[in-house]
Design a protein around this ligand. Structure first.
Ligand code: NAP
Length: 244
């Protein structure tokens, strides 16, 4: 993927950060977006010291204006984007019967609408190049459902539908669109869960360990590569076998 330009959302920590490192390692130039500029600058410094070209850019996926600005700035100052990794995501858990409308709206706005608007920002450039890779980070719960996460699950199931629809629209332009449905990965998002809950989740995993951000990043690296050029509209499970 030498000289391809990738944009990774939510690259300030966790899975997105690991994706940026993996794509840079594969030779891509990487634009890294999130709200926390300090963490992005630290990542950029680390990757530059290893010889990669990096473009940190402030991005708030809950704001259409911020998305437009971040992608315009990247295209102008760094180059046309060939690989988009829609990774950023949030949770605001609660049982549906008591879920606040605001918690529903915020999760859908960031996880699903934000991803759609980011896709809109890159499609024309990819169509011009007749080459593109879009990878959306979904979740195993988008396939199975999960009590207490109606908003999050709806956003992650929505990403799967979005993936398949854009894959159908863009196939003739040589743009592939795939989703990764990740299982339980050890990051800030899951750090606050109780040991009991982690143990219960681990019991469901045939590979008998929780996932690492690098496990997801390796799948992203593959889907972004030339080797994956005949794969589109696919949902790749990276979950240790928790759901088959
Ligand atoms: P994380 O450690 O909480 O990181 C989330 C990332 O998203 C951060 O870089 C954060 O950056 C960014 N982000 C959040 N809100 C944003 C916004 N409004 N605008 C821009 N960036 C925003 O989470 P993670 O575990 O790495 O999760 C990454 C993705 O994998 C998410 O989509 C998540 O749903 C999915 N996933 C995770 C798991 C898991 O077990 N960890 C399982 C299934 C799916 P800033 O705070 O700097 O903006």
């Amino acid at each position: 993927m030498t000289n391809r330009t990738a944009f990774i959302t939510g690259a300030s920590r966790g899975i997105g950060r690991a994706c940026a490192i993996a794509l840079a390692d594969a030779g891509a130039r990487v634009a890294v977006g999130a709200r926390n500029m300090q963490q992005l600058d630290e990542l950029a410094e680390q990757l530059r010291s290893q010889g990669s070209e990096v473009f940190p850019v402030q991005l708030d996926l809950s704001s259409a204006e911020s998305i437009k600005d971040a992608f315009a700035k990247t295209a102008k100052d760094f180059g046309a984007i060939g690989i988009l990794v829609n990774n950023a995501g949030i949770t605001k858990d609660g049982l549906a019967v008591r879920m606040k409308r605001d918690d529903w709206d915020r999760v859908l706005a960031t996880n699903l609408t934000g991803a759609f608007l980011a896709i809109q920002q890159v499609l024309q450039g990819m169509m011009r190049e007749r080459w593109g890779r879009i990878i959306n980070i979904s979740s195993v719960v988008g396939e199975t459902g999960n009590p207490g996460q109606a908003n999050y699950v709806a956003s992650k199931a929505g990403l799967i539908g979005l993936t398949k629809s854009i894959a159908r629209e863009m196939g003739s332009r040589n743009i592939t669109v795939n989703a990764i449905a990740t299982g339980f990965i050890e990051t800030d998002m899951t750090a606050g869960l109780s040991e009991d809950l982690k143990g219960a989740m681990l019991a469901q995993v045939p590979l008998k360990r929780l996932g690492r951000a690098e496990d997801v990043a390796a799948a992203v690296r593959f889907l972004a590569s030339e080797a994956a050029s005949y794969i589109t509209g696919h949902v790749l499970d990276v979950n240790g076998g928790a759901y088959m």
